[in-house]
Design a binder for this molecule. Structure first.
Ligand SMILES: Nc1ncnc2c1ncn2[C@@H]1O[C@H](COP(=O)(O)OP(=O)(O)O)[C@@H](O)[C@H]1O
Ligand SMILES: [Mg+2]
Length: 249
């Protein structure tokens, strides 16, 4: 089973769109569990149009077991865990310190190991930048896809995040961290992308390509198409990147 973290330094880079579409493309041939982790800005309730009885928040707050938060067969071969879109500042996941997050990690590792026989892939959608849940998810994952728009402060922010968050949470040699540019303007930017990719590769990340910024994509998403069919331009670009980080070619 592969456990893949989809993360970025900045918000709005396309994490949720990419995580949901990776999960959908993989579910065409594999058993997939997709887990939402953006407690401040949940979006799965809208994308999948469901209101579950229990959320990832409830599991992390130690009030329910993992099995009871899984929404089965949201799409064929695709199970989903939602976060609660009704903000509660008092719940532990909103208000706890590093010690509490570390204290729940052991249980999380045990529960995710128990899923080994049920799924081929687990995909984690995340909040941007530094959040203590990301430390736990780094510990659980064997791959990360870091998204970034082609902008120097996103490149430099990603390098800093790798240094102070990723490399401290887990030695980079013990897992794989990939970078994927998204929302790349449809003008010639190959030299910029190659230079930035080179800088990121020096830090130990692997470059897997880019997805164009497309007004069609933005238009379709505005009209509630959040999951694209296989032949869509977004899916094709994403599949090319997936072929590299999953080596399924
Ligand atoms: N390749 C793209 N072209 C055009 N718009 C995109 C592209 N990727 C993402 N978007 C848009 O960017 C916005 C943020 O995407 P989202 O997946 O919610 O990001 P995040 O989860 O990182 O905050 C959405 O409105 C989405 O439609
Ligand atoms: Mg998101």
């Amino acid at each position: 089973m592969e456990k893949i973290l989809v993360h970025s330094y900045k918000g709005g880079t396309g994490k949720t769109t990419v995580a949901v579409n990776i999960a959908f493309l993989l579910s065409l041939k594999n058993r997939v569990l997709l887990i939402e982790n953006d407690f401040m800005m949940p979006s799965f309730f809208d994308i999948f149009d469901r209101e579950p009885n229990a959320y990832f928040n409830d599991y992390l707050n130690e009030s329910v077991n993992f099995d009871s938060i899984i929404e089965h067969a949201v799409k064929p071969n695709l199970d989903v865990v939602f976060t609660n879109n009704k903000f509660d500042p008092n719940e532990k996941v909103m208000s706890s310190d590093q010690e509490w997050f570390l204290s729940i990690l052991k249980q999380m590792i045990a529960d995710f190991n128990a899923l080994e026989k049920n799924y081929d892939y687990i995909i984690f959608d995340t909040p941007p930048g530094w959040h203590l849940i990301v430390v736990n998810l780094i510990a659980l994952s064997n791959k990360a896809i870091l998204l970034l728009r082609p902008d120097s402060y996103e490149v430099n922010g990603t390098k800093i995040m790798l240094e102070i968050l990723y490399k401290r949470a887990k030695p980079i040699s013990s897992w794989e961290v990939y970078v994927l540019f998204n929302q790349v303007p449809e003008v010639e930017m190959n030299v910029d992308l190659e230079n930035w990719a080179g800088e990121l590769q020096k830090e130990g990340m692997k470059y897997v390509g880019s997805i164009s910024c497309s007004c069609n994509i933005a238009y379709e998403m505005a009209h509630k198409t959040k999951i694209f069919p296989m032949e869509h331009e977004f899916s094709k670009a994403l599949q090319r990147a997936m072929n590299i980080f999953l080596r399924t070619d």
